[in-house]
Structure formats: structure tokens, C-alpha cells
Design a protein. Structure first.
Length: 445
């Protein structure tokens, strides 16, 4: 090529007007075209194209360099996420398949020590990731087999819906291992036939195991079984022993029951002095009726301060609408054990309230006062018959004798031998000798 020609187009050029480029002398036109092309290349260098996770940059007359972004470490991301959820002892396995880059299965233990198996899916970048976790957790059966009662109970809870029989067997195993509370619970299931076949004898035996393991509720339930002859021989003395054991283990309601037994002589000699501390313990635990019962014992003490305390406890219990304490206040006032009722009005008031609360003896005693016009009450034989009849219906045999006597003679109600017989027979069935004698004296129907 002539030295005075353009190296690009070959056109002759004036050396004085020639322009220089990296290839040599260039005419003005070609030089101008080259500048435009370089501007176009520069524009393309600023435009990135995403290809396969890296940026391809175009530049010059060909392909430029790849600036690769690091691919997310899905396994590490999955491990961090599961650890954050409280899983420990984690074993992660990647799912096979090219479409499952962020999919894993795992085995681990959760925060409660349960063994868990599941899957986790991870997508997105480390700074903006999404996770989908599915897991099923269960307690370790090996621990139960090795004698861990708690593990057996936890396994039973898991099996309760899908396999009730297995759940029951696991709970019985926990009982055999020595869990008193579980023995009691399983005993209740058998005694009631709820969650187990109804078997009162097996229930009572389990209550015995629970009591032997120092479970207070087990001892109380054993006492109830013995008291009622449910699955075991009916034995008030053995029931009292179990109640006292339960009381010593902290069951306040059993203290109340043991106190009642000593007060009434159920399974033991009647001994209010032994009952007092038992009622006191139950009263301090706010067991219903315990404070009133303790008050009744204290009110019969020879010590003035104990009498005063007893009266206070009785009045407080009556104020809570407990019928027994209201009736006992009336009885103690009538016997002169408590002071402040010279005309009998307070006594009649306590009987009235107790009767309205359903106390049979109070209805009968109020009937006696109304029949005699005592305690400020107007003498009213018809009302007395009504009160006696109410008390008889509630189970007071003395009241049955009273109403029978009045209707037999036509006092306060029309003479009615059939009604009298019904009342006397009811009292006789309750063990009242006077009622039995009265039935024998009535003419045969």
C-alpha cells in the first residue's frame, strides 16, 4: 500500500492532513468512523448479561472477562437454620437429583430431647433465603426400655391417638418402673373404664402401688375403694389407714376424711381429739367443711379460748352457706355450749338457715321449736308438720317419727294412717327403733 494511502480504505491522502491510528495513517473519514465504533463498544461494556450465575461483560471486538458470583452453600445454610430452630446432634443428607440442589433429609434431636426425622428445602441467596421444614419427632423408646419412666409416659402420650392399647401398655410400664403418679392415673382409668377396660379390682391394686410409691392421690383413691368396697373388700378401718397416709403425704382432703372418721367412729373408736388436728390441717388448706368441723370440736372444749375460736370458725362457715356449721351453731346454743342466746332466737335463726340449705336435722329441730312456739316463733302445728316431713324426706329418722305421730293423730294435718305408715317405715329402714315400734302398732292396712 502506498505510504500516502489510507490504511483502512486505500484512498490517497495528503500527508499533511493524514491522521494517525494504532494501524497507521488514516483519512479523516475513516478516522471519524473509528471513533464512533469505539463509542459503541464503550456503551456495550456497561451492559451486563446474567448467564448461569455469572456476569458476562462484552467489550472491544469480542468477549471480555467472566466475573463469577459464589454459588450459595445450601448445606451450610440448612445446618444453620435447623440449629437456630433448636435441633442438635444434626445429621444432614443431600437429596439426589439435579433439581434438588437445596433439598436435604435430616436426623436430629429437638430441644426436648425427642428424636426427629424430616426434610428441609433451601432456596435463594444467603442474604435472602427461604426454608421449608417438615419434621416428625418422637421420644426415644430405648430410654423407656432402659427404665426411664418419664420416657415411657412421653411415648404413651404420642401413641395415645394412633394406638391407645400401646399407650396404655407404656403407662403400665412406667407404673412398674416406679412412677406413683402414673400408677394412680392408670388405676383411675381401670376403675372408671375410661381409656382402659373397666376393672375395679385392677384399679384398686394400682392405687395400692401408687400409695406404696408415696403418691398421695393414690392413697386417697385406695381409701375410697376400701370405703366403698370397689374392687376390694369394704373395710372402714383400712380406708382410714389409707386416708391418714394420704394426709401425711400432703393431701388435705384426706385429712378432712380422716377427721370425719375419728369424729363419727368409722373404722375406729370415736375420738374427736384425734379428729381436731386433722381438721385443723385441712382447714389451713381451705378444704370445704374442714373449718366448720374443726370449729365444732373446738366449741366443745373445756378451754374458753378454744370455745371462742370454735364459735368463730362455725360462724364463718355458716356465713359461707355451709349447712352443717349453721345447724351445729343451733345445737351448741341449745346445749348451752355457746353463749348469747337466752331467748332461743339465734338458735332458731341458725336452724332456719341450715334447713333452707338442706340440712335434715336442722329442719327437724326447727319443727320442734315451731311446734312448741319457741325462739320467738309462733306456735304453728301445720308448719311443724311441713318441717318434719321435709326433714324425713331428707333422711332424718327422728323427723319421720315426728311427722308420723302428728298425722296419725291428726295434729297439724288431717288424720292419715297411710301417710303415718309411710313415714314410720322410712324411719324404721333408717334404723330408728321408735319408728319400727310405731309401724308394728298400726292396724294392718
Amino acid at each position: 500500500m502506498n505510504a500516502s494511502q489510507c490504511v483502512r480504505c486505500g484512498a490517497p491522502i495528503d500527508p499533511a492532513k493524514a491522521l494517525y491510528s494504532e494501524q497507521g495513517l488514516t483519512c479523516e473519514k475513516c478516522h471519524a468512523d473509528r471513533g464512533l465504533a469505539e463509542l459503541e463498544h464503550k456503551g456495550r461494556r456497561n451492559k451486563g448479561v446474567w448467564i448461569g450465575g455469572a456476569v458476562l461483560v462484552l467489550g472491544g471486538g469480542g468477549v471480555g472477562a467472566f466475573f463469577a458470583l459464589r454459588s450459595p452453600d445450601y448445606e451450610a445454610m440448612a445446618q444453620r437454620h435447623l440449629a437456630g430452630d433448636g435441633y442438635v446432634e444434626l445429621a444432614l443428607t443431600k437429596d439426589a437429583g439435579k433439581d434438588k440442589q437445596g433439598a436435604f433429609t435430616f436426623r436430629a434431636k429437638d430441644a426436648n430431647g425427642k428424636l426427629c426425622e424430616g426434610t428441609i428445602g433451601v432456596s435463594g441467596s444467603e442474604s435472602s433465603a427461604s426454608y421449608i421444614v417438615f419434621a416428625e419427632c418422637h421420644h426415644d423408646e430405648a430410654k423407656c426400655t432402659a427404665g426411664d419412666a418419664t420416657a415411657c409416659v412421653e411415648l404413651a402420650a404420642e401413641a395415645a391417638k394412633r394406638d391407645p392399647d400401646k399407650a396404655l401398655a407404656l403407662r403400665e410400664k412406667a407404673c412398674d418402673i416406679g412412677s406413683g403418679s402414673v400408677c394412680n392415673d392408670v388405676g383411675v382409668a381401670y376403675a372408671k373404664g375410661e381409656g382402659a377396660p373397666k376393672d375395679e379390682a385392677k384399679g384398686a391394686a394400682l392405687f395400692g402401688k401408687a400409695c406404696d410409691a408415696a403418691n398421695a392421690l393414690g392413697c386417697r383413691n385406695l381409701a375410697i375403694s376400701r370405703e366403698n368396697g370397689a374392687g376390694v373388700k369394704k373395710d372402714a378401718g383400712a380406708a382410714l389407714v389409707a386416708y391418714e397416709r394420704a394426709c401425711s403425704l400432703g393431701d388435705a382432703e384426706s385429712c378432712e376424711e380422716a377427721g370425719v372418721a375419728h369424729t363419727k367412729g368409722l373404722g375406729t373408736e370415736r375420738d374427736p381429739k384425734k379428729a381436731g388436728p386433722l381438721f385443723d390441717k385441712a382447714c389451713k388448706a381451705s378444704v370445704k367443711h374442714a373449718c366448720g368441723n374443726f370449729g365444732y370440736i373446738l366449741a366443745q372444749s373445756e378451754l374458753a379460748d378454744e370455745v371462742a375460736r370454735g364459735q368463730t370458725l362455725l360462724e364463718e362457715a355458716c356465713g359461707r352457706d355451709e349447712a352443717g356449721p349453721c345447724a351445729n351453731l343451733g345445737i351448741l346454743l341449745g346445749k348451752g355450749k355457746l353463749k348469747g342466746d337466752d331467748d332461743g332466737k339465734k338458735r332458731a335463726g341458725f336452724y332456719d338457715k341450715a334447713c333452707r340449705l338442706g340440712n335434715a336435722a336442722a329442719c327437724n329441730n326447727l319443727g320442734v321449736m315451731v311446734e312448741g312456739g319457741q325462739g320467738g316463733r309462733v306456735r304453728d302445728l301445720a308448719t311443724a308438720v311441713t318441717l318434719y316431713d321435709q326433714a324425713c324426706t331428707l333422711g332424718d329418722p327422728t323427723a319421720c317419727f315426728n311427722v308420723g305421730t302428728m298425722v296419725k293423730s291428726g295434729r297439724g294435718a288431717p288424720r292419715d294412717l297411710a301417710r303415718a305408715r309411710t313415714a314410720f317405715e322410712k324411719g324404721c329402714q333408717a334404723g330408728d327403733k321408735d319408728c319400727c315400734d310405731a309401724v308394728a302398732k298400726l292396724p294392718k292396712p
